[in-house]
Write a protein that binds this ligand. Structure first.
Ligand code: BYC
Length: 475
């Protein structure tokens, strides 16, 4: 179904023929706009931004590019096209027809997952709301705003599901999504990472590399859901999500490139020398990677989870690319072996049912995906003739959720005492002086084509435009 732009809320869900739902969403719309004005990139409301807007849901040509003021962006409701005769792809009801409504017995589990997913979207906009003031280029500023408007749209995607399928509870939850705020002491966002401040662009690039990638894995597993409207919603969100991870991956690659240029110019890898030349030394980048990777690992939940088992068994949440990646889609007999702390400073092996280990299965696939960028950056470093290497810390490092939450481990994964951990932690994640240095690098650059000194220019511009294009007119 094509997207109807003549309506107040652009959509491809035939909203005009469901007046009650349309009214409810039109009632929510001004509250969303109030939230955007208060909590979004509000100082840039008058800027003309070169943005893409979804105009269809086909893999080919789904987006239109043009200059838009952000408050005029057409946030809408878009589901991927239905797959004819789609059947349930995993769990106890494998092979049965998918559901067009939420079965009553799974209602609260679905609501909780949709609310959790929905909560992350506005949270990220709140976290990033002040970054525009310190953009390293207009190209980067535009990418930030593109991500922000699309996270806003992803909030709409979840709010549509809540309104359309969860009655009064759903409408209340949709209201709460605008009432919790990132980092708020009284009403924080649900998941830890989404309450971490993002005050500099290095954090933003790490967030888009690591945390948006969690988004990819969570959305992919919800795209497998037996509740077809949720699956179709997430499938279309993934199309937009790809750009967010691209910003992180190419952004961090550009940071590494610039650092290597400075290392070559100065003939030194001494962090102080690199810093004097206004670039990010690799050990500093490593500490940022350590911080955001470990925080994002917690987003997968506990290694052993009865919630995850029942979500899999009942067909609520599957594994990414369930059909292509796995042979056993029921997992009733299969088991999974884990290494967990034994509580006495050592490790023990534990075998659990595969269904109970689904969070860990997802986390492991995510870690493999995270490795890809690291390999690429290390190749850049080697090609430049230097011996240092960036690494992902162990998945045991600095965990706050799951088996490792109370078992302090160093970035190499070795269990250490609590005192030792507390003592050494400031050297493993960004210290106050690291953050102060990065803050001092964050000088706003807004001449078209110019880049801040800590990041190399991108290889190409947006939508075949040159890098020098004026992607944002600040007015
Ligand atoms: N912080 O059985 P457990 C994205 C809670 S990112 C705080 O281990 P379960 C995006 C958990 O809720 C993708 N609390 O976990 C990226 C549970 O609480 P309750 C977001 C946490 O239920 C960038 C308890 O701990 N999508 O899209 O198997 C920009 C133990 O639960 C955390 C989703 O998350 C944490 N990190 O699954 C914008 C998908 N982790 O219920 C957007 C939807 C866990 O006992 N959510 N807890 O009070 C889910 O699939 C699941 O809720 C989780 C956890 C994967 C989060």
């Amino acid at each position: 179904m094509s997207i109807n732009y003549a309506e107040k809320i652009p959509n491809n869900v035939d909203l005009a023929n469901d007046r009650a739902l349309q009214r409810a969403l039109e009632h929510w719309q001004p509250r969303f706009m109030d939230w955007w004005r208060e909590m979004g990139p509000s100082d840039f409301a008058g800027a003309d931004v070169y943005l893409r807007t979804a105009i269809g849901v086909d893999a080919e040509g789904w987006a239109h590019y043009g200059t838009v003021k952000m408050p005029d962006y057409r946030w809408g409701i878009f589901l991927a096209d239905p797959i004819a005769d789609r059947t349930i792809g995993f769990g106890d009801s494998f092979g049965e027809p998918v559901w067009q409504q939420v079965p009553g017995e799974f209602r609260s589990q679905f609501r909780r997952l949709i609310v959790t997913q929905g909560d992350t979207e506005p949270a990220s906009v709140e976290q990033q709301r002040r970054l525009g003031h310190t953009c390293p280029s207009l190209f980067d500023l535009r990418n930030l705003f593109q991500i922000n408007v699309e996270e806003g749209r992803h909030l709409w995607a979840m709010v549509y599901l809540l309104h359309a399928y969860f009655g009064r509870d759903g409408r209340e939850e949709a209201g709460e999504l605008l009432a919790r705020h990132s980092g708020d002491a009284d009403k924080p966002r649900i998941l830890g990472t989404f309450n971490e401040p993002i005050e500099d662009w290095l954090s933003f690039l790490c967030f888009t590399y690591f945390t948006d990638r969690d988004g990819k894995f969570q959305l992919k597993s919800l795209a497998e859901s037996s509740f077809d409207p949720l699956a179709r919603t997430c499938r279309f969100m993934l199309t937009e999500e790809a750009h967010h991870m691209f910003v992180g991956e190419t952004g961090l690659g550009r940071v590494v490139k610039r650092t290597l240029e400075v290392m070559k110019e100065t003939g030194s890898d001494d962090p102080q020398a690199i810093r004097r030349h206004g670039a990010v030394d690799l050990p500093l980048l490593q500490r940022y990677l350590n911080f955001w990777f470990s925080s994002s690992l917690d987003l997968f939940g506990s290694e052993v989870s009865s919630n995850a088992a029942s979500a899999f068994a009942s067909g609520i949440k599957g594994r990414p690319d369930e059909a292509a990646q796995y042979q056993d889609h029921v997992c009733a007999e299969a088991s999974f072996e884990l290494e967990v702390p034994d509580g006495r400073g050592g490790l023990r092996k534990e075998t659990v049912g595969m269904r109970n280990a689904m969070n860990e299965v997802l986390r492991s696939a995510y870690i493999r995906d995270c490795e890809i960028g690291l390999k690429r950056w290390n190749m850049q470093i080697r090609r430049a003739g230097f011996g240092s290497e960036l690494r992902l810390p162990s998945s045991r490092f600095r965990r706050a959720i799951g088996a490792w939450a109370n078992a302090p481990a160093d970035p190499g994964g070795k269990l250490v005492g609590r005192d030792e951990f507390e003592r050494d932690l400031p050297g493993w994640i960004p210290s106050a002086s690291d953050r102060a240095f990065v803050k001092h690098l964050m000088q706003r650059v807004v001449q078209p084509g110019r880049m801040a000194g800590w990041i190399a220019p991108p290889e190409r511009g947006i939508n075949n435009l040159p890098v020098e294009h004026e992607y944002v007119r600040l007015n």
